[in-house]
Design a protein around this ligand. Structure first.
Ligand code: IMO
Ligand code: MG
Length: 422
């Protein structure tokens, strides 16, 4: 049976999923986004040119690949249109792009509500990307959402005006600016005209593709520990970026899922608030941040940085049923003299490999580290795992040994070609 391959984030996002996706989509007929919205940011470097993707599957850069935004994604049309224009301005064609008629649309009141909700959380802020992601998913489940199909078929004005009236009452209470309905209707009518040609029933599209033996790649955004169910709730995003979200976000059933690759960095990072047991809020973290250019693609925020946590990685492997790992930034971590790897959590002298996203649980534990020699040197020309220096091999072997999932991809530098595939 024709199988769908999947790429997912293993930690808190920003693992370099774009690099693996870019490689795999070179041979994919379809490249599909399943969940999240423009809170995501994948950057890809091709021939020295850096592309930042927030919504459109990066597979669009492979001009034979059909890039699909699935029903589980939430779409800010303004951002989407800017992205289309930017890709075209760089000489790429966007004809092969499709959006699900069932994907929910982000409106200005979602963005404003995101900001208001953060304010109301007071000292317990989540540190959202302020892109309206939480509020649009709330509306989806509340059933007052407006979908791409409604938008492009001019079937949204009544619902939109009703929504704006309701939201404005809330904005008024908190002294936030009211949303002008006429203006939004007019603006979104313009977006609808531009986007109409891309909107289809992607469930039908993808199942025809499966029948025709086409290769489908599902590209995850966000990551396991940001999952609304499996992450560090409430410091999470409002969707399921784990494997289940691939099925519900595309209409592709579980029996079609093939390889599930979990992407990670040879160290770790996190944006926003929430517990992070291997965080190095010190000189080491600062060094990693500079070496790895750990500043947000979406919000430009400096990322919190630390050592790789294998307890968390094991959890990600378990929850997603990972069949392979992709380890990025091996070159970056190899610039340090000494590297630490978290191989367990310790409390009262007892060591466990059981991960929990319970905020209090994590606070009680301290990480147990193994130390490795760094100084890998320039590894960007290594073509096989054999070519890697001994220190790098030891580090990677230990990851595999503990997590019990084979490493299939090794990132050795920033460029498209700097990757070992095994
Ligand atoms: P990619 O696809 C890293 C984080 C935010 C915040 C929390 C909730 O680039 O890996 P939201 O705006 O989603 O309500 O914010 O989730 N977050 C991400 N962090 N990478 C991402 O995506 C993220 N998407 C959301 O920083 O802590
Ligand atoms: Mg990101």
């Amino acid at each position: 049976m024709n199988k769908v391959n999947v790429v997912l984030g293993s930690f808190y996002g920003d693992e370099g999923k774009g690099k693996i996706i870019d490689y795999l989509s070179q041979t994919a007929d379809y490249s599909v986004r399943c969940s999240g919205g423009n809170n995501a940011g994948h950057s890809i470097e091709i021939e020295g040119k850096k592309f930042a993707f927030h919504l459109i599957p990066s597979g669009i850069l492979n001009q034979n690949t059909i890039a699909v935004i699935g029903n589980g994604v939430v779409v800010d049309p303004k951002v989407l249109i800017e992205e289309i224009k930017n890709i075209e301005a760089n000489g790429y064609n966007v004809e092969n792009f499709r959006i699900s008629d069932k994907a929910h649309v982000i409106f200005p009141y979602h963005v404003q509500m995101d900001k208001l909700q953060e304010e109301l959380r007071r000292e317990d802020k989540i540190g959202t990307t302020a892109r309206g992601i939480g509020p649009v998913y709330c509306d989806k489940y509340e059933r007052c959402g407006i979908r791409m199909g409604d938008l492009v078929n001019n079937n949204f004005e009544k619902k939109l005006r009703n929504n704006i009236e309701n939201k404005n009452k809330i904005f008024e209470i908190y002294g936030y600016e009211k949303i002008e309905a006429d203006k939004v209707v007019e603006e979104y009518n313009e977006y609808a005209k531009v986007l109409k040609k891309y909107v289809v029933d992607t469930i039908v599209l993808l199942h025809k593709a499966l029948e025709d033996n086409k290769k489908i790649l599902c590209e995850g955004a966000q990551a396991t520990l940001l999952d609304i169910d499996f992450g560090n709730y409430p410091y999470v995003t409002s969707s399921n970026p784990t494997i289940g979200g691939v099925c519900t976000g595309t209409g592709i059933g579980a029996k079609y899922i093939g390889e599930v690759y979990g992407v990670l960095k040879a160290y770790s990072s996190r944006v926003g608030e929430g517990p992070y047991i291997t965080e190095q809020n010190n000189e080491i973290g600062d060094t990693i941040r500079e070496l790895g250019h750990e500043y947000g693609t979406t919000t430009k925020r400096p990322r919190r940085c630390g050592w790789l946590d294998l307890v968390a990685l094991k959890y990600a492997a378990m929850v997603n049923g990972l069949t392979g790992l992709a380890v990025n930034h091996v070159d970056t971590i190899g610039k340090l003299d000494k590297i630490k790897l978290c191989v367990g959590y310790k409390k009262d002298g007892k060591i466990t490999m059981d991960f929990s996203t319970d905020v209090n649980y994590l606070e009680d534990y301290e990480p147990v580290y193994e130390e490795f020699e760094g100084n890998f040197g320039d590894i960007s020309n290594c073509k096989t795992r054999e070519d890697l220096p001994e220190n790098a091999k030891k580090y990677l072997n230990r990851i595999e040994e503990i997590v019990k999932v084979p490493i299939k991809f090794i990132g050795t530098g920033a460029g498209r070609e700097a990757m070992i595939i095994s």
